[in-house]
Design a protein around this ligand. Structure first.
Ligand code: LLP
Length: 418
């Protein structure tokens, strides 16, 4: 179900008119739906109900404390890639025993903190990291539970910047060297080898690449088992895509059904790390049209949202739907480029969009709940937008709009001449 729907010819976020939210809180603004986040998380959790599992939401997709909080209340685990994400999970009331720690550049202090709070598992990405983690755990008198992130060399058939499972990518350990490393890991005193991990990319719209990766990972699990290295869990990462335009990604239940069928009777716990498929369509970015600038060549709608607020269109040429908050039919439909106030040609949120617009109109950029606010910046010294979470008829400000003082709080001018 879509939690951003038109009623009486205007867009609602759950039970609140988006126009009312924009009037009260200004634009640009991110608006999230609690019910949407919950429904997407449950879709995963319920499809896995008959099997030992842990759904570890990928914090990087949307790390607002309120989002982590609502997911923690549903029993979610979390996939983190930094000390900062770990602190966010803890601050939001997440259970460290349900946290998996991924990432290619974990630092000793991050490892120490993760060991101290008792994270569930470290997804180790290299030989160097394996030995470093063992050394840090030894210093702390601890044993780190690990899985190795293997790179199964499958083509996720997604955007090259978000494809991670090819042998040319920086991620993971070549699946063919993994056995040797598992043997070494099993010998290290401060490591407990528990699982095998892989993540092949993001915004996958087909099941086939996931199954190709799974087959290769299962073959590895069997070889390890034969050598007496018992694998207790399988972490298949995240990556399930969403519909931005006309993609037809499988539903979580379909994707999970296919995985479970391949797993058969193997007594492995399944861990997944979905981010986008939980968050993307749980949020919108609302922006106002500042002015229209039409010429013979091109029509521009200059809007108050920009690439600093949502960088996906500029960075990946990503297409996200842009819809009017209160549609008008003045018979002035035109094809617009929706551009922000930033001094870059790449500063657009959408191009060639058929819309009927006037200055002052509100637009909603759909599918902005994942990799939206988290990738925002202060470029051009713009204050970052607020994040608002709608819950039924209530609107919670879960991050207030930044002020200029927030922006300069960490900076100082030079000391005066002596
Ligand atoms: N696990 C690992 C190890 C990951 O690297 C990622 C995403 C995920 C899980 C979650 O994947 P998801 O379910 O969200 O596809 N900024 C890009 C996406 C980068 C994804 C990076 N890794 C975008 O805006 O499209």
């Amino acid at each position: 179900m879509d939690h951003f729907q038109y009623r009486d010819n205007q867009l609602y976020a759950e039970d609140v008119p988006v126009e009312q939210i924009a009037r009260q809180h200004g634009t640009p603004a991110y608006i999230y739906s609690r019910a949407a986040f919950e429904a997407q998380f449950r879709a995963y959790d319920e499809a896995l109900a008959n099997r030992p599992h842990l759904v570890c939401y990928a914090v990087k997709a949307n790390s607002n404390l309120a989002v982590l909080d609502l997911l923690a209340r549903l029993g979610a685990g979390f996939d983190i890639v930094s000390g900062g994400e770990l602190e966010r999970v803890l601050r939001a009331g997440g259970d460290p025993a349900k946290v998996v720690f991924s990432g290619v550049g974990k630092q000793p202090d991050e490892m120490r903190r993760a060991l101290a709070v008792g994270v569930r598992c470290f997804n180790v990405e290299s030989e160097a990291e394996l030995f470093q983690l063992n050394a840090v755990a030894a210093e702390e008198g601890a044993v780190a539970t690990v899985s190795l992130r293997v790179n199964p060399d499958v083509d996720a058939r997604t955007h090259p910047y978000i494809s991670t499972g090819l042998k040319d990518n920086k991620f993971g350990i070549d699946i063919n060297s993994a056995e040797r490393l598992y043997r070494q890991a099993a010998e290290l005193e401060h490591l407990d080898v528990a699982g095998v991990d892989c993540h092949i990319g993001s915004q996958l719209t087909e099941v086939a690449p996931f199954l190709d990766a799974l087959d290769r990972v299962l073959a590895l699990v069997d070889r390890l088992q034969a050598e007496g290295i018992a694998i207790r869990h399988l972490d298949l990462g995240g990556g399930l895509g969403v519909r931005y335009q006309d993609e037809t990604p499988p539903e979580p239940a379909t994707y999970i059904g296919a995985i479970l069928e391949r797993l058969g009777q193997r007594p492995l716990e399944l861990i997944l790390e979905p981010g986008r498929s939980i968050a993307a369509n749980s949020g919108i970015l609302v922006t106002r049209v500042l002015s229209l600038k039409c010429s013979e060549h091109r029509n521009f709608a200059i809007i108050d949202g920009a690439m600093n607020d949502l960088i996906r269109p500029a960075l990946y040429s990503a297409w996200q739907d842009i819809v009017p908050v209160v549609p008008r039919e003045d018979g002035n439909r035109r094809c617009y480029d929706l551009v922000g106030p930033i001094c870059e040609t790449g500063d657009f949120l959408g191009k060639d969009r058929e819309l009927d617009l006037a200055a002052g109109d509100l637009l909603a950029v759909r599918s902005a709940g994942a990799y939206g606010f988290v990738m925002s910046s202060n470029y051009n010294s713009r204050n970052r937008p607020p994040e608002l979470l709608v819950d039924g008829s209530q609107v919670h400000v879960v991050r207030r709009r930044e002020s200029f003082e927030d922006q300069v709080a960490l900076e100082t001018c030079l000391p005066g001449e002596a």
